[in-house]
Design a protein around this ligand. Structure first.
Ligand code: NAD
Ligand code: DAU
Length: 346
């Protein structure tokens, strides 16, 4: 089987690529990534030489290139993760999100539709999406049947791409699955997102900018558990279906930040309370969704998935990894890796 994974040099994508390359030696895994600021081949250094792994540098916004790629490699399945993924960036530059998340996704759908036109059997277009498409939550949990109600340019672009995937299923019969997942954390996450940003700032004694009053709730999932869920859905999920994936693990931002601060004090052997002193309440994110929380009972009962690590375990693994990989942190924030791989793949 020829499997195209887009965005494989990014945070979640790198864990998915590694899992598939190691677990399925009979599959040919193609990792297509534009290596934006968020993409980093250092994340996959350990599997670089595997015979079933190929990296392709390219942009999903380039429809000519994408069409040719599908012709050349005759992919049987696509796991689509490439995206602009950071909400704050979507507020300052919405168009970048329209381009990659909507137009890029439609480019891939078109190429899959054309290449698979004669034989749709055993083909799959699997879109990795987000719980943010459901908007902000009051009581209860997001279910697969919750109406889409996106509030940020990021979530609007992901909602749109989900709709296009479904529409290609309805209109052209394209076999597809969508999963909507909650907030991931773990190794290789770019330090613009809450957990790695705050770890990096604590290491460097910089302030911790908590948006608004900090009483916003997110449902956190360890990234390797997300990758395992993707593996399961890819192989066992029903075509045409949507599955929600979450950690059964809700935290108010401020409570999570305080736990993180306490852990960091311990790990860095700093006096209790040192990191908490760095907390600074700053201007709120515009359109900030109050609460996300996933009802993951469908994937649990139908496919048997549940998170394998507790939040305490996952957070400790994550902190240890960032402390051991300060060079990675310095290089991704300074653009060092980007410059290195740019030269290799220009
Ligand atoms: P990321 O920003 O870490 O990685 C995105 C990757 O896509 C990068 O390697 C980047 O180089 C690549 N990319 C960006 N634009 C591209 C383009 N035009 N062409 C080719 N490659 C391009 O993102 P992530 O956090 O790993 O998220 C991956 C996917 O999962 C996204 O679709 C995101 O919406 C979704 N998601 C993320 C989370 C989360 O908590 N991070 C939760 C649910 C869903
Ligand atoms: O829910 C899934 C989504 O989770 C994914 O689709 C997105 O790609 C991913 O970025 C993430 O979105 P969030 O906006 O929830 O993640 P972020 O880490 O940016 O913020 C988490 C919470 O912390 C949110 O309520 C905003 C807050 N925050 C974030 C940053 C970066 C702060 O208070 N201060 C900060 O500096």
């Amino acid at each position: 089987m020829n499997v195209l994974i887009t965005g494989g040099a990014g945070f979640i994508g790198s864990h998915v690529v590694r899992l598939f390359v190691e677990k399925y030696p009979d599959y040919n895994i193609y990792n297509l990534d534009a290596l934006t600021y968020a993409g980093n081949l250092e994340n996959l250094k350990d599997i670089e030489g595997f015979p079933n792994y190929t990296f392709i540098k390219g942009d999903i916004n380039d429809s000519g290139f994408i069409n040719q790629l599908f012709q050349d490699y005759q992919f049987d399945a696509v796991i689509h993760l490439a995206a602009e993924s950071h909400v704050d960036r979507s507020i300052s530059d919405p168009l970048a999100f329209v381009k990659t998340n909507i137009i890029g996704t439609v480019n891939l759908l078109n190429a899959a539709k054309e290449t698979w036109a004669d034989n749709l059997e055993n083909k799959l277009f699997y879109h990795i999406s987000t719980d943010e498409v459901y908007g902000t939550l009051g009581e209860g949990l997001f279910k697969e049947t919750t109406a889409y109600d996106p509030n940020s340019p990021y979530s609007a672009s992901k909602a749109s791409s989900d709709h296009f995937v479904r529409a290609y299923g309805e209109t052209y019969g394209l076999p597809h699955i969508i999963t909507n997942c909650s907030n991931n954390y773990g190794q290789n996450q770019f330090p613009e997102k809450l957990i790695p940003l705050f770890i990096n700032n604590i290491i460097n004694n910089k302030s911790l900018p908590v948006y608004g009053d900090g009483n916003y709730t997110r449902d956190w999932l360890y990234v390797k558990d997300h990758a395992l869920a993707i593996d399961l859905v890819f192989h066992k999920g029903e075509h045409g279906e949507t599955y929600n994936i979450g950690g059964f693990n809700e935290w108010k931002n401020i409570d999570l930040v305080k736990v993180l601060c306490a852990q960091m004090d311990k790990k860095l052997s700093r006096p209790v309370g040192t990191s908490e002193e760095l907390i600074t309440y700053v201007k709120d994110r515009p359109g900030h969704d109050l609460r996300y929380a996933i009802d993951a009972s469908k994937i649990n009962t139908e496919l048997g998935w549940k998170p394998s690590v507790t939040f305490e375990e996952g957070l400790e693994i994550t902190i240890d990894w960032y402390l051991k990989n300060e060079k990675w942190l310095n290089n991704v924030t300074s653009g060092e890796y980007k410059n290195y791989y740019k030269k290799q793949y220009s």
